[in-house]
Design a protein around this ligand. Structure first.
Ligand SMILES: [Zn+2]
Ligand SMILES: [Zn+2]
Length: 259
């Protein structure tokens, strides 16, 4: 009897594996001598973060477990057995589906994320969990309240999958890519030649600004572009300056509104 792993299962579990492999790679790098590329000092990481690394690991695993169950359910109810055409999608079609999915995910996440900050109840009880990491690090990327994981990531992912029309097989790559991008945005390192820093203006420094106290009303866009921040005036440009004691620092380039 042949045991086949479905694309739906892979689309659910490969991104989880990718999350730990990619953030594990960053942790190995970060434990070395890369202090000259850090956006915050090691001391700040210990002092400013309001949660331990052990708790973060547990929080991420819990969230991934819940999301995996929901994702399998959603894949099952939206499944269409017309998979014969899926494998024949041309590169152009795949590219169009990828870009569409990126725009849909970004749109969903921008408005949900911004609303999570605007609504004090939601911020206090749900989104503030993610902001316990003032100094982000790679495997903290998906440290969220499980409800936030469902609202932003799972529903956003489902919408981008369904509306872009991509196949479950293509979704394995799309969700893995989105996961890598999100981990990279939280890596806390500004390494030379990082392709994400070259290709995306919405990158590690951009999202680092959002994690700072002064930046909590800016740079809501995630995970790919900065379109919505620019359109709605929540864009906070930043410059990377040398930080005292080594490394870099993202400094805001315009006046910001305090609370
Ligand atoms: Zn936020
Ligand atoms: Zn974040």
């Amino acid at each position: 009897m042949e045991w086949v792993v479905s694309d739906e299962l892979l689309g659910t579990f490969v991104p989880i594996l990718v999350y730990w492999v990619y953030s594990g790679f960053y942790m190995l790098l970060g434990s070395g001598s890369l202090d000259n590329y850090r956006l915050h000092s090691r001391k700040d990481e210990d002092v400013k973060n309001l949660v331990s690394k052990g708790t973060v690991v547990k929080g991420v695993v819990l969230q991934q477990a819940i999301q995996a169950l929901v994702a399998i359910f959603l894949f099952t109810v939206t499944r269409n057995d017309d998979t014969a055409t899926d494998t024949k999608a041309s590169v152009v079609v795949l590219l169009r589906q990828f870009v569409t999915a990126m725009l849909i995910l970004d749109t969903w996440q921008y408005f949900m994320h911004r609303y999570m900050h605007h609504n004090k109840f939601l911020y206090r009880h749900i989104h503030s969990q993610h902001h316990r990491l003032v100094v982000p690090y790679a495997f903290g990327a998906l440290y969220n309240h499980p409800l936030e994981g469902l609202l932003l990531d799972t529903i956003g992912g489902a919408l981008s999958f369904l509306l872009s029309g991509m196949s479950p097989r293509a979704s394995i790559f799309f969700f893995s890519f989105a996961t890598i991008k999100t981990v990279d945005d939280h890596c806390g390192l500004w390494l030379p030649g990082n392709p994400f820093h070259v290709l995306f203006r919405n990158n590690t420094a951009y999202h680092d600004v959002h994690h700072q106290l002064y930046g909590s009303k800016y740079n809501f866009s995630q995970p790919f572009f900065s379109i919505w921040d620019r359109l709605f005036g929540t864009y906070m440009p930043c410059s990377l300056e040398k930080r005292e004691g080594g490394g870099f620092e993202a400094r805001p380039l315009k006046e910001y509104k305090a609370d």
